[in-house]
Ligand binder design. Structure first.
Ligand SMILES: Cc1cc2nc3c(=O)[nH]c(=O)nc-3n(C[C@H](O)[C@H](O)[C@H](O)COP(=O)(O)OP(=O)(O)OC[C@H]3O[C@@H](n4cnc5c(N)ncnc54)[C@H](O)[C@@H]3O)c2cc1C
Length: 498
């Protein structure tokens, strides 16, 4: 037993971030930690019908979640891809699907073979070589680990779910493992005057909750990191100008039950459609310097597929993240740590990696400064890499039809992104830095979808003749088509889970 082990962990907030932390840490610490979670029903949580990315399955597995139970209780549906409309140009449409895309030929990455095929007029759309995108387009789904008789992997999927129901679902699991939930409003954060450590929380009723380590999951309030510890916020509005959202659920229509998220660009932002079992989550993310809230709400209402089920909810945010996400004996997760707009469904994922990174360098009661540095380095990298991928969608566009699009098209972008775009545009080369979240497959789909056409491809692709490239692409196309034809129609799959 490590004598320095912490005994009491306090989680501040019971939204997705709070209950994800409670569920995973309680499972993996196997009863050795006293875990308390404080939340206030009066303050509530943010839950607008969220889309996720495939690593959520790893989280759920680690947290001991049964998939069928999860799908049922959170009204979840399947997500294979995101469809982007009107992003590269008005009228454009492309998919960013999960999973594989083509196959490396010898040592030549697929995109070079594809680019050669395009140059020689023998390649179709890039989506033709993605199993996920084909299944999404055809509206079919099955769990499929591998494509039989080939070395190709199968379908990779994530979920759309109701984040409030997910928090409740994880609460049930956490409380069954001994997590102690406390209802009430925190009035004051108590600090040790010498060290600056957080020692406890004073509740509105005058009682106190003490702890050795604290996880700030208090949402946009950022009770510990902003209000008490005073950790400054890096504002990324210069690259991500959207700072508002209006969200509202609509009735579920048969035609909206697609196994993918939709992202539709408008004049000063974009709209999401997230189909759940019982309703569709909709929202319009926009920049209030270019469009008023009333206009943005009208754009959303004009583009609903079903009937509105509630009044629009208005949300304000500043894109960015706190300069430190671990400070003294606290970390910040979820909206308390920062926010990047949900264009690639990364917020819940950032919570997940925040928790798993914490588990890798789990604190003690002693000196945690090296752990703190490593955690901050890693989380900062994750945040910035995601930020740059999101900026790509705005900046790489031919749109200049409104002041908003002119602005994002002409703005200066961070160097990391500039370099990736230049590399692809010049030579078709893609690379992934330090296990950043989005792989070459993601970058490829979005760069092509947004309109980058590389000037060249790897000359080694010319070791293949045109005929070989044609046959290779056709063969892949045939295998994927035959595989998708055998999948279940998606509505049938959904019937089996509700
Ligand atoms: C417009 C929008 C769209 C989004 N879409 C997606 C998406 O598609 N995919 C995705 O992955 N993520 C998305 N997110 C993010 C996602 O909703 C949140 O990251 C996630 O739900 C985590 O929220 P949270 O737990 O950090 O905060 P919250 O849900 O706000 O929870 C905060 C908690 O802190 C408690 N609290 C606060 N102050 C106090 C106090 N003084 N005393 C006691 N308790 C307190 C509250 O009671 C609550 O329990 C979106 C977010 C927004 C704003």
């Amino acid at each position: 037993m490590n004598e320095q082990s912490i005994d009491k962990l306090v989680i501040v907030g019971g939204g997705t971030a709070g209950w994800m932390s409670a569920a995973l840490i309680s499972r993996l610490s196997e009863g050795t930690l006293d875990i308390r979670l404080i939340e206030s029903d009066a303050i509530g949580t943010v839950g607008v019908g969220e889309a996720t990315i495939p690593p959520i399955q790893v989280f759920n597995d680690l947290a001991g979640v049964d998939e069928q139970e999860f799908l049922r209780d959170t009204k979840a549906t399947i997500k294979l891809a995101i469809e982007f409309q009107n992003w590269g140009a008005i009228g454009d449409r492309y998919l960013h699907g999960f999973g594989f895309l083509g196959r490396t030929v010898g040592a030549i990455p697929f995109q070079h073979v594809y680019l050669k095929g395009l140059a020689e007029g023998v390649a179709g759309s890039i989506s033709d070589y993605s199993l996920n995108n084909r299944a999404a387009q055809e509206g079919r789904f099955n769990r499929l680990e591998r494509i039989e008789g080939t070395p190709l992997p199968g379908i990779v999927y994530a979920y759309h779910f109701d984040a409030s129901l997910y928090a409740q679902f994880l609460r049930k699991h956490s409380e069954a493992r001994g997590v102690n939930r406390r209802e009430g409003r925190i009035q004051e954060v108590l600090l040790d005057s010498a060290s600056g450590d957080v020692t406890g929380l004073k509740m509105e009723d005058g009682s106190e909750v003490s702890g050795d380590f604290f996880i700030d999951c208090s949402g946009f309030n950022s009770l510990l990191f902003n209000r008490s510890l005073g950790i400054a916020y890096d504002d990324w509005s210069e690259w991500l100008p959207c700072n508002r959202a209006v969200a509202l659920p609509s009735s579920s229509e048969a035609r909206s039950l697609r196994p993918y998220t939709q992202s539709i660009a408008h004049q000063a932002g974009w709209q999401w459609r997230i189909p759940l079992q019982h309703r569709t989550g909709n929202g319009h993310v926009f920049c209030d310097e270019f469009i008023s809230e009333d206009e943005a709400t009208q754009v959303l209402l004009d583009n609903l597929e079903g009937d509105p089920l509630k009044d629009p909810l208005s949300l304000r945010f500043t894109p960015g993240c706190r300069k430190k996400l671990w400070h003294r004996n606290c970390i910040a997760l979820g909206l308390a740590s920062g926010f990047i707009e949900p264009l690639e469904s990364t917020s819940i994922h950032l919570i997940q990696i925040g928790i798993t990174n914490l588990l890798k360098v789990f604190p003690t009661k002693g000196d945690n400064s090296a752990r703190e540095r490593e955690y901050n380095r890693r989380m900062r990298f994750e945040y910035e890499a995601i930020r740059d991928f999101i900026i790509l969608h705005y900046h790489q566009t031919s749109r200049d039809d409104t002041p908003f699009w002119k602005h994002v098209k002409n703005m200066q972008v961070p160097e990391f992104l500039q370099e990736k775009m230049a590399s692809f545009a010049e030579s078709g080369h893609l690379y992934r830095v330090d296990e950043e979240l989005f792989t070459e497959v993601g970058w490829l789909q979005v760069m092509l979808g947004q309109g980058i056409r590389p000037q060249q491809y790897n000359p080694l692709a010319d070791t293949l003749t045109s005929q070989e490239v044609k046959e290779y692409l056709q063969n892949l196309h045939t295998i994927l088509k035959a595989t998708v034809d055998k999948l279940q129609p998606y509505p049938e799959f959904l019937k089996g889970i509700s």
